[in-house]
Design a binder for this molecule. Structure first.
Ligand SMILES: *Cc1c(COP(=O)(O)O)cnc(C)c1O
Length: 847
């Protein structure tokens, strides 16, 4: 094809409502429903047709309809109200300004391969992207100075169609970015920003787009430019599409291109957050920048580490990106010279001994001041996964933390639920979502009112599902009788279970299908029937995932299940929102502990939809015995077949014996006990599992300390970084010299609570000095692998014995019960962020 330039021409907006165009380009609209109505009420059919994309809407809407609206006093009142809300939102004093008025120029850069913000911008595949989107939204709400960096995939993630046989078909359509709520980002010179990234044998040109999410900007990278070859233009075509070469190219674009883009935009982040390993090449680019400015390579590594934050989401090693050394040579070999290092040293940045390759998770882990998993359980699993890197260090002290995921409450609450919150929690309910005490007020909602609200949402959801099914049947040329019939599928009076998420096999969409007879009895119980709605996409390369979809579609055609078990196609934010707002029970059946967090259940809970979930991911932290249901027990299995069987048993039992009877127990038409649970769920879940709580936690625990460290480490040409790096090297080189010369313990003859044990250790420190180490008593419960819940008590340096031998003493005061104690030495430095920033420890040989 020949090249041409594209222009997009908006209809002239009547002056009085001209700011609709500004509104259309601020994704604030995605959680302000009143603002969306400004579009939908002008042309409802078009609004649905453009998949709620206001920019596309304004490009296509009939100018007369706009004129008409601009002359309608009712519309104008609505318009003025929304614009006031927007202005108020953009200019009000925020949490961050109140708490840290001096730090408002400290900027966090948040890198993610996917962002799920709104259905009109389909550059997400699942939970990871949704989390990034919700993180950005809460950063905006809280006034946290944050910018996002991602990739603008021309074809996004695929659209799912299910064919007549029940197989998923993946459809990709090209997005026209002129129809999207993005604008070309402009540099300080006012020009559009185009950067280049070196790929093997050529430079790749990348355009930078900007998406406004309230106060936060997200910069998206796009390689679809005529300056690039045809193949290269496709590098940013698909999210998680293509082969390893595409994958590494995309990660280079995101990591290396992302840093370059921010530089060109004049943005200087104070902390860098890597959301999953895909973005870890920012580390390499930042080290390169420093080396190019004259900093030594090891110092540069230390400096970069000082203000980098890494969040991992994948509890299985096989899920981490690993590139072969040959591929690294080919794509990044040109950097070895620029970094002043050889190949081995480069590989060491992310080397994975087991998989013999360059591991993006390891690259991130090795160069981040803070690493975290996304739930308490996942934090534990991640520690286990990397414990071999922390030899002799107790699991509980491995410096991998957890910050449990949340969701952006306003995005996921149905309009009717928000009205209830306004009425019962207060008109300012959205101002302090993470304040637990305020949510107690949900108990004041009259049972009937909550139930009726739920029923409105349920009916809306059922209509939505029926429409989805009809559309698919029509497209698949199914018999007209069947299409008519499907318009009557599902009933609002039946207990409805929803299961919607990516069809990755570990999520076990088919767990409920293990015993079809038992399922049939549940579904067809004449007095207490059950119906189930499934939705979800399987990755186009995931055949087993697609087979799950097929299994469910087959079941849905089975006489016993027709009209009672359905599979909704094209799971996206819009489908997700409808389902999790309108079902009665939200089902979650991952194979524990594979679900790092899961967030869809948190969204359901905001709408008083009750979770029924395996005790995996976030659920063990939320479940209190009253606010939902737990499937199985929190135990570990080493046989998947047994695990699946037991979990399925537990799920059927739970449904038959508890959930179904409970749901159908009515008093004057209202299931009182069920409604009580709905309220428990509202009182205990949304405040805690909100991104408001989560982003505050990231800010206080990681962003602020990292930003401070970064400034200190990089001042004066990275002087402190250099000093710390040399000191760490010194500690590593000399650690083995440390030895216990003697260890004496004086225990009183009778041990009682409050008795004291006197401990005296003589230590040879070699070249190390007392200020380089902490010598401490470790005192804790006796466990299988050592001491648990340990208390640490530094020992006092009581005497220098000469020849680098030092005497340390301590008095250990005993508490009741059986405990163990010992003595150890670990490195110490005021600039270390954790006890084991260096994985070095020396335990007493015998005690
Ligand atoms: C919330 C959400 C997810 C994440 O769901 P999980 O509970 O993590 O499986 C995935 N996709 C969409 C569209 C969502 O809204």
């Amino acid at each position: 094809m020949y090249p041409f330039r594209t222009v997009s021409v908006m209809p002239e907006l009547p002056e009085r409502i001209a700011r609709l165009s500004e509104l259309a380009r601020n994704l604030w609209f995605s959680w302000c429903l009143r603002s969306q109505e400004l579009f939908s009420r002008v042309d409802r059919v078009l609004w649905e047709k453009v998949n709620h994309n206001p920019v596309k809407f304004l490009l296509h809407v009939d100018g007369n309809k706009l004129k008409h609206a601009a002359a309608d006093p009712d519309y104008l009142a609505h318009y003025d109200m929304v614009m006031n809300l927007l202005d108020e939102y953009m200019h009000r004093e925020t949490w961050f300004e109140k708490v840290h008025p001096d730090l408002t120029n400290q900027l966090v850069a948040y890198f993610s391969a996917e962002f799920g913000i709104h259905e009109s911008n389909p550059v997400y595949s699942g939970g990871l992207g949704l989390l990034a989107g919700d993180h950005s939204k809460s950063a905006s709400d809280l006034g946290l100075p944050l910018v996002g960096v991602g990739i603008l995939y021309k074809q996004g993630y695929f659209c799912q169609k299910i064919n007549r046989e029940g197989w998923q078909e993946a459809h990709y359509s090209f997005m026209d970015f002129n129809e999207m709520p993005v604008i070309p980002a402009r540099g300080q010179d006012g020009q559009e920003v185009i950067i280049t990234v070196p790929l093997p044998g050529r430079d790749l040109f990348i355009k930078v787009w900007q998406l406004q999410v309230g106060r936060v900007s997200i910069y998206f990278l796009d390689a679809d430019l005529t300056a690039n070859s045809r193949e290269d233009r496709l590098l940013t075509a698909k999210l998680y599409g293509g082969d390893q070469a595409t994958r590494i190219s995309q990660e280079i674009i995101l990591g290396i291109g992302g840093v370059k883009a921010l530089r060109r935009l004049g943005i200087t982040p104070a902390a860098w957050h890597i959301n999953e390993g895909h973005a870890a090449f920012i580390i390499v680019e930042r080290i390169r920048e420093l080396v190019q400015s004259g900093v030594a390579f090891p110092t540069a590594c230390e400096a970069v580490r000082s203000n980098t934050i890494f969040t991992t989401h994948t509890p299985v090693p096989a899920g981490h990106d690993v590139f072969s050394p040959e591929m690294i040579d080919q794509y990044l070999g040109h950097l070895y010279g620029q970094l002043g290092i050889d190949r081995d040293r480069f590989m060491a940045l992310g080397w994975d001994q087991e998989r013999q390759g360059f591991n993006m998770t390891r690259l991130a882990l090795n160069h981040s001041a803070f690493t975290n998993g996304v739930s308490k359980l996942h934090g534990q699993v991640t520690k286990q996964m990397f414990r071999h890197l922390y030899k002799d260090i107790p699991l509980e002290e491995i410096p991998i933390y957890s910050i449990t995921n949340g969701v952006h409450t306003e995005t996921w609450a149905a309009r009717e639920m928000k009205l209830l919150f306004e009425k019962y929690i207060g008109p300012d309910w959205r101002e302090n979502i993470s304040d637990q005490s305020r949510w107690q007020k949900v108990y004041e909602i009259p049972d009937r009112e909550l139930w009726q609200t739920h029923m409105i949402l349920k009916e809306r959801m059922i209509k939505f599902v029926q429409h989805n099914l009809c559309q698919r049947m029509e497209r698949n040329f199914q018999p007209i009788e069947l299409i008519r019939e499907s318009a009557g599928y599902l009933s609002k009076d039946v207990l409805t279970i929803g299961f919607a998420r990516r069809f990755a096999t570990y999520k076990r969409a088919n767990l409920l299908l293990r015993d079809k007879e038992r399922l049939a009895r549940l579904v067809n119980d004449p007095r207490q029937p059950v119906q189930i709605i499934f939705a979800g996409k399987a990755h186009p390369a995931d055949r087993p995932g697609q087979e799950l979809i097929k299994q469910i579609c087959d079941l849905a055609e089975d006489e016993r299940f027709r009209g009672k078990v359905v599979m909704v196609e094209n799971y996206d934010i819009n489908v997700s929102r409808h389902l999790l707002q309108g079902v009665d029970v939200w089902l979650n059946t991952p194979r524990r502990p594979m679900e790092a967090s899961g967030t869809s259940g948190q969204k359901a809970a905001i709408n008083a939809v009750i979770n029924c979930s395996i005790l995996d991911g976030w659920w063990p932290e939320a479940y209190n015995g009253e606010n939902g249901f737990a499937i199985g027990v929190d135990k570990e299995y080493n046989n998947e077949e047994i695990q699946d069987r037991e979990d399925a048993e537990s799920l059927y039992d739970l449904l038959e014996q508890v959930i179904v009877p409970y749901y159908y127990r009515r008093v004057n038409g209202v299931p009182r006990e069920w409604v009580r649970r709905m309220k428990d769920c509202l009182a205990t879940i949304p405040w805690k599992f909100s991104t408001e709580r989560m982003v505050k936690e990231y800010t206080q625990r990681f962003y602020l300390p990292a930003a401070q460290r970064g400034v200190a480490f990089m001042a004066n040409s990275c002087q402190l970084a250099s000093q710390i790096q040399r000191h760490k090297q010194f500690l590593r080189d000399n650690w083995q010299q440390i030895s216990f010369r003697s260890l004496r313990v004086h225990e009183p003859a009778v041990l009682k609570v409050g008795s004291e044990i006197f401990i005296e250790a003589e230590l040879y420190l070699g070249f190390l000095k007392p200020q380089d180490v902490i010598v401490e008593v470790v005192y804790g419960q006796v466990g299988d692998h050592g001491l648990n819940n340990s208390v640490l008590m530094p020992m006092t340096l009581s005497q220098e014995l000469g020849d680098n031998v030092y005497q340390y003493t301590s008095n250990l005061v005993l508490i009741q019960g059986i405990s163990g104690y010992t003595v150890r030495v670990r490195p110490d430095n005021p600039h270390f962020v954790s006890h084991f920033e260096l994985p070095l420890v020396k335990w007493a040989d015998h005690i």
